[in-house]
Design a protein around this ligand. Structure first.
Ligand SMILES: O=C(O)CCC(=O)C(=O)O
Length: 262
């Protein structure tokens, strides 16, 4: 079982750089189970969404606004992810949504530069006290389109965002000027590694040019006192029932055996 609890050094990185990486947030067996389930379920997910990047390349995601009894929900409800989030903000957090991101070999499209709060601001969240955790289900490398972050960009505040094809991206002029002053970091992850990042951290990922799929799970959280003032497609506050870390394997193994028996 993977285990982690927030350290002062990681909290400091989060507030200084806008992100930090935890190696081995999920253990090998958890990743194997997650990958097995993802590869069977996602190609046939009726709720799967498709997004095109600026060059028309397709990237896929399965997004859930509600928690279920499956392994994906068990990961985002696990102590090591959910308690880390509440530790970062020093208050209760709730599940805002989670999504499995699929970049298919050779064709999986890019995500343009954006801040998540560029989207979430529009949803009635007054403060950017929100964050995400991306956990790698496969290797996530420069070649298959890993996450890239602009270090320290969460301190810029929220940038304006504009529509580009199916995506919403940060004001290109501001991004250009920002990139002259702040460094871009590739967040390469081995399976089971995770990146926690602030909702105002500018990030993107490039097209998958490799023969390997890139699969990740992203859990997104909002703070309780930042409950949106209006209804929208992501949920308002409801208490998050945090699960012991061991539940990831319990639920994952159960789901896998149900799928195989089906
Ligand atoms: O999957 C990725 O590479 C990036 C996804 C992303 O930027 C997002 O969901 O906000």
């Amino acid at each position: 079982m993977g285990a982690y609890s927030l350290t002062p050094a990681d909290s400091e990185s989060f507030w200084r750089d806008g992100y930090f990486v935890v190696h081995g947030l999920l253990c090998e067996e958890e990743v194997e189970v997650l990958r097995g389930i993802t590869e069977v379920l996602l190609p046939n997910d009726p709720e799967r969404l498709e997004r095109h990047d600026a060059e028309g390349n397709l990237t896929l995601l399965s997004l859930r606004n509600e928690l279920r009894d499956d392994v994906f929900s068990a990961v985002v409800r696990s102590e090591r992810m959910a308690k880390t989030m509440s530790g970062l903000f020093g208050e209760e957090v709730y599940h805002y949504h989670h999504k499995v991101m699929v970049k298919e070999p050779l064709v999986g499209g890019a995500w343009e530069w954006h801040q998540d709060y560029g989207y979430w601001y529009q949803n009635g969240c007054l403060r950017p006290d929100m964050a995400s955790c991306m956990v790698a289900i496969t290797h996530s490398t420069r070649a298959n389109g890993c996450l890239e972050v602009v270090k320290g960009s969460h301190l810029l505040g929220r940038l304006d965002h504009v529509d580009v094809d199916d995506q919403v991206c940060a004001d290109p002029e501001r991004v250009k000027e920002t990139l002259k002053r702040l460094p871009v970091e590739d967040v390469e992850l081995a399976p089971g590694d995770a990146a926690f990042f602030h909702a105002n951290t500018l990030h993107r990922s490039l097209k998958n040019t490799s023969p390997d799929a890139r699969l990740t799970l992203i859990g997104c959280y909002n703070t309780k006192t930042n409950d949106p003032y209006k209804e929208h497609h992501h949920p308002g506050y409801s208490p998050l029932e945090v699960l012991p870390d061991g539940e990831v394997l319990v639920r994952g193994r159960q789901q896998l055996s149900e799928m195989r028996g089906a």
